[in-house]
Design a protein around this ligand. Structure first.
Ligand code: NAI
Length: 471
């Protein structure tokens, strides 16, 4: 057993850990990154990237079917699921391969192995090939172990009949029917993907509306779309159990005070994720974990144990890749002795549903709850020339400002390319912009981005292409 000395050891090569290790390398800190599975974590292997690949392929399939509206005729497209899966796998392979080489070229060491924390500065590494374990003495230990899906009783995941997001992303066929337990981000992104490919979708959501984390106005647009595409959404619906009947799963759900039975070829369980704080020796330290199971950290990502830090899903909501990366990069600077803190004003949130949803800053209710008197500007994509030209006119941009001084408090978009449009909103909030800053910034024409400018103008009664409210 070798005893290796490192300045920093990072546990987990997901979107929190690997950017941290890269940045540490750039800053000249002698760093080892340890990962027991594949580089890139959930995001690159079983989450953001593979799901976006399938989402874009299914959107193309759907769009091709409606191309006749634009005067384009071709024979009906067909889905070859196994080809789609290998195309997706190629993208994942390219990106995960890139992680290892980026870590190395920036001067850090990448190791495949399982890390177990033995004490505040000591970690054992066990290797998958049976090679003798090593110990690492590190001045700084970074925990970036991520999260795993929450299980619900009665729905054991077998990745065939009952799947989680990982199993759904690997389906080798388009199921004829699917029940999604959970009308949150994962359930709807994946549910709509299969719905576009021809699956009959039923969503069971325990709360009184889908997408509880998004502004209600925006969630309504997606709700309508799922129903318009032939799907069913049952709210206040709790899945109770299932049984195999005639080659299908029959899911029993309590919907209000009724019990419903819904038949499905595949059941997707997507009821949230929980942090991974067990199985890697955290209990051998005195690191504090909150009641909700997250590692407690300050704005510099320090735990209560001076040599141990944590970033990403394991430290709390929102469980988003870009939040994890930002935290990892800030932490690298902290470890390198810079005076850095995580003081992001907003973590934008993007949901790749149809239409897409994206938000930065406060929601309408949140702003009211925080005591602001607000004004709202809205611009619908139905009157945007560019949206018409790409034949995607559903949705709108909503800009929320402080009535006192027109400061932008929140930007919320539901509609085409919302995921890309929101970066302007995030920048506006990060820079403390006023509605006038968005309104007086010349936006190129004809683009979807003009909708953000017009919504900001509408908030202050200066909209050109929609009627202004009487003031
Ligand atoms: P979620 O928290 O978004 O949604 C879970 C939903 O399940 C909630 O609406 C909840 O009310 C409902 N629910 C819980 N228990 C239930 C039950 N027994 N029966 C019926 N409904 C029940 O969680 P989800 O979709 O699993 O995603 C987990 C996390 O992954 C998200 O919070 C997000 O941070 C991250 N993610 C982000 C993506 C993005 O940024 N585009 C994409 C996918 C995941």
């Amino acid at each position: 057993m070798a005893n290796i000395k490192k300045q920093a050891l990072v546990i987990g090569a997901g979107t929190g850990g690997y950017p941290c290790a890269i940045r540490l390398g750039q800053l000249g800190v002698d760093t080892m990154l340890v990962e027991k599975d594949k580089p890139g974590g959930v995001c690159l292997n079983w989450g953001c990237i593979p799901s976006k690949a399938l989402i874009s392929a299914s959107k193309l399939y759907e769009k091709a079917q409606h191309a006749t509206d634009m005067g384009i005729e071709f024979s009906a497209p067909k889905v070859d699921m196994s080809k789609m899966q290998s195309w997706k796998a190629g993208i994942v392979k390219k990106l995960t391969g890139g992680v290892q080489s980026l870590v190395k070229t920036n001067g850090s060491t990448y190791v495949t192995g399982t890390a177990t924390i033995l004490g505040p500065n000591k970690v054992r590494i066990d290797y998958p090939d049976g090679k003798e374990s090593d110990t690492v003495e590190a001045q700084h230990i970074v925990v970036a172990t991520g999260s795993v899906p929450i299980a619900i009783p009665g729905f054991e995941i077998d990745q065939k009949r009952i799947v989680d997001s990982t199993g759904a992303l690997d389906l080798d066929r388009v199921p004829e029917s699917m029940v999604c337990i959970g009308g949150g981000i994962i359930g709807l992104e994946l549910g709509q993907t299969f719905q576009r490919l021809g699956t009959k979708l039923t969503v069971l959501e325990g709360a009184d509306r889908i997408l509880g984390a998004c502004d209600a106005d925006l969630a309504k647009v997606v709700h309508k779309q799922i129903e318009a595409d032939g799907g069913r959404i049952l709210t206040k619906a709790m899945a109770k159990g299932w049984e195999e009947r005639n080659g299908k799963a029959v899911v029993k759900a309590a919907v209000g005070d009724q019990i419903e039975e819904i038949e499905a070829e595949v059941v997707l369980v997507a009821v949230g994720r929980r942090p991974v704080t067990k199985g890697f020796g955290l209990e051998n330290t005195k690191v504090a974990v909150s009641d909700r199971g997250f590692i407690e950290v300050d704005k510099q990502k320090r735990t209560n144990v001076p040599s141990i830090y944590a970033v990403g899903d394991v430290v709390g909501q929102p469980m988003l890749a870009h939040k994890a990366s930002h935290e990892g990069e800030v932490l690298a600077e902290v470890i390198a002795g810079h005076n850095a803190v995580d003081d992001a004003r907003t973590i934008p949130n993007v949901v790749f549903t149809e239409p897409e949803i994206a938000s930065a800053g406060l929601g309408e209710q949140e702003a009211k709850d925080a005591g602001y008197e607000i004004q709202i500007g809205k611009f619908p994509f139905s009157v945007s020339g560019r949206a018409m030209a790409i034949s995607e006119t559903k949705g709108f941009v909503k800009v929320i400002t402080d009535k006192k001084d027109n400061r932008v408090l929140g930007i919320h978009i539901v509609g085409p390319e919302a995921s890309d449009l929101i970066s302007e909103g995030a920048l506006a909030i990060e820079m403390g912009a006023f509605a006038e800053d968005l309104s007086l910034t010349v936006h190129p024409h004809p683009t979807l981005g003009e909708a953000v400018m017009e919504a900001a103008k509408h908030a202050i009664g200066e909209a050109i292409h929609v009627p202004n409210r009487r003031r």
